[in-house]
Design a protein around this ligand. Structure first.
Ligand SMILES: NC(=O)c1ccc[n+]([C@@H]2O[C@H](COP(=O)([O-])OP(=O)(O)OC[C@H]3O[C@@H](n4cnc5c(N)ncnc54)[C@H](OP(=O)(O)O)[C@@H]3O)[C@@H](O)[C@H]2O)c1
Length: 211
């Protein structure tokens, strides 16, 4: 199984890579030129997230593309870098005939099937008001993925932590599933990898949280 991982340089990217390797996967990590990253057990492709040649080099031959890219800083650029990068990745996946795409999203990007959950609604409102650039990029990313013809899954999370994996998760759309607000990055990574061989959440946006 060959996987290409975006966002592998981040804190969720780390367990994503480690768990993929433990499961015997052949891993390519796309990293921006100035981001420190080294791992002799993976193939690393460096480039700008909008550079088609670099993206093609990273994505060609993959069975699935996983992305943990996302805005996490208060001062996020206004020009929607994650949305534009995701658009570019989707375009190259289409060019290469690769269909399975699994990425991280949040409750801020609502699903039409969501009900109301104040634990999700309140942070989403705060992000919209206090971090408009982050908000636009979260919503833009989700719109780009939905508009694609890919077999996508958006794994939605609230607050991430670095606790050990529990594997006892709440899974389902917000407002219709009993959720807590936190989940470990280890659990997110494993859930994403589990989706590669599952069709349960194709074109769905499951929220996941720790029990
Ligand atoms: N932290 C939370 O509590 C939380 C809550 C809800 C959702 N999420 C989402 O969960 C995912 C993982 O979170 P994390 O805490 O593990 O993230 P993280 O450690 O901050 O890593 C974020 C990743 O996104 C990339 N990235 C961030 N800003 C970028 C930009 N402007 N242009 C290009 N790439 C950029 C980073 O690339 P570089 O290393 O090259 O900078 C890195 O690979 C993200 O999608 C985040 O939005 C996180």
């Amino acid at each position: 199984m060959k996987v290409t991982i975006f966002g592998g340089t981040g804190r969720t990217g780390k367990p994503l890579i480690e768990r993929a390797l433990q499961q015997g996967m052949d891993v390519t990590v796309f990293a921006r030129p100035s981001t420190p990253f080294a791992n002799p057990r993976v193939r690393v492709v460096r480039g700008d997230l909008l550079d088609r040649d670099s993206l093609t080099e990273a994505i060609r031959g993959a069975d699935a593309v996983l992305s943990a890219l996302g805005p996490t800083k208060f001062r996020h650029p206004k020009d929607q870098p994650i949305t534009r990068a995701t658009d570019a990745m989707i375009s190259v996946m289409k060019q290469e005939g690769i269909r399975r795409f699994i990425c991280i999203s949040t409750g801020t990007a609502r699903d039409p099937h969501d009900g109301f959950d104040w634990k999700i609604h309140l942070p989403a409102r705060l992000i919209k008001v206090m971090m408009p650039a982050v908000y636009r990029d979260i919503v833009g990313l989700a719109a780009a993925v939905r508009a694609s013809q890919l077999e996508w899954t958006m794994v939605r999370v609230a607050f991430l932590n670095d606790r050990p994996a529990t594997t006892a998760l709440n899974v389902g759309v917000y407002g219709r599933t009993r959720h807590t607000i936190a989940i470990s990055r280890e659990d997110v990574a494993q859930f994403m990898l589990d989706q590669i061989s599952s069709r349960e959440f194709i074109r769905k946006t499951p929220g996941i949280s720790a029990k």
